[in-house]
Design a protein around this ligand. Sequence first.
Ligand SMILES: Nc1nc2c(ncn2[C@@H]2O[C@H](COP(=O)(O)OP(=O)(O)OP(=O)(O)O)[C@@H](O)[C@H]2O)c(=O)[nH]1
Length: 450
Amino acid sequence: MFNWFRRQTQKSSQPEEPTSTPEVEPTPVETPTPQTSQDDYLTWAKTAYKNIQQRQETAPEPETLDNPTEKPQTPEVQPQEVTEALPAWMQKSERLDILKETALETETVPETPELAFDEEFVWSAKVLAAQGRTPDDISAEEISWLKRLRQGLGKTRRNLVNQLKAIVGQGPLNQDAVTEIEALLLQADVGVEATDYIINTLQTQLREEALPPEQAIESLKAILRDILDRPLQQVKNPGFAPEKDTLNIWLITGVNGAGKTTTIGKLAHLSQKSGYSCVIAAADTFRAAAVEQVKVWGQRSNTPVIANPGQNTDPAAVVFDAIAAAQARQIDLLLVDTAGRLQNKKNLMEELSKIRRIIDKKAPNAHVESLLVLDATLGQNGLRQAEVFAESAKLSGVVLTKLDGTAKGGVALAVAQQLNLPIRFIGAGEGIEDLRPFSSYEFVEALLNG
Ligand SMILES: Nc1nc2c(ncn2[C@@H]2O[C@H](COP(=O)(O)OP(=O)(O)OP(=O)(O)O)[C@@H](O)[C@H]2O)c(=O)[nH]1
């Protein structure tokens, strides 16, 4: 079973436990170094492709959610019924119908995607090779995610980065170049603070030595990675895997529409397929439709949803029930959906601290994280909302959604620089597979080297 949460994504970091057992005989292929030629990368990619194909040929039937080959250890928790007294406006919800329809479609999404040996495969293989991976231990899933990430960031890359590369690649920065770069970064919602930092650092480096274009780009990449990774220096767990043998509780916050429900569904799916049992608490009781939507995603990800009947019930009571259910079944991860649309900061703060109190009382040894879901398409406006949540919710990280199709992918840098919060997961599509743990290395490569 491939553990997405413990995947090795940086050259320096080691996985804490083996991510997968290679089923093919290892083929000796040199790990590429920064000086590696395109030919060597191509050889590496071809070997990786062959290995993936061999593994797929020998693998059992692809797992589907309808017919899992390895049943996730989810308990038979019966969620309390919520449906009996739906208000008329909700019963007619077209959005809900669409969600339900698409839920059925995605139930048969195969675990192992078909891959073509194309330019995107080679690019993805190169990103993995540069992180010290070997062609024997990479999976089709990883390649497929990198392809999606690269495609998702295409708009930002085209709008911002190609021009940026052209300017930075020219050598020492004159004042005109600085002004141009500044404008480009601000347009991509990188934010004033991160933009200033990038320009000052670049200028210092390029003033000290006139770097050839390729090296200048490498410098730029290092600066961006540094911004994205800096918030991790102050956290205890640079990785973000649920701890084994303890209850992990992740509070998912964010304004409605940011992609909270979708993120919960995708996270539940990701944890099940990475070997962690999961339960969802539908504690966004402010809106009855939110509970229904979470239940649809519970079905999609084969994850039990704990909910209370009726509208406007006490979210803390739902969390209480969900903790009891999770403890009884020794669940690894409890995902808590919280209400986003509370009238003011005071209400939000009160509700979140009430949930925290319940957790402290009922599960004092639980490992609690609080993740803010942010819509990347909102750019700087999203950050202002984030500040309210940051004050209310003791946030430990951000999930950046909707990176696909936006030209504002630069907001990731603003999140790290302005909020000083690590990005933990990114969403690059509406499907259940379109969310993965964040890697600054892969993000910057997809942004600058696509
Ligand atoms: N393109 C794209 N769309 C996304 C992504 N994540 C979520 N969405 C879409 O964003 C819309 C809102 O997502 P929800 O998960 O319902 O958002 P929410 O924050 O729970 O908001 P409410 O449903 O209003 O409670 C849906 O149409 C999702 O399909 C993403 O990564 N990419």
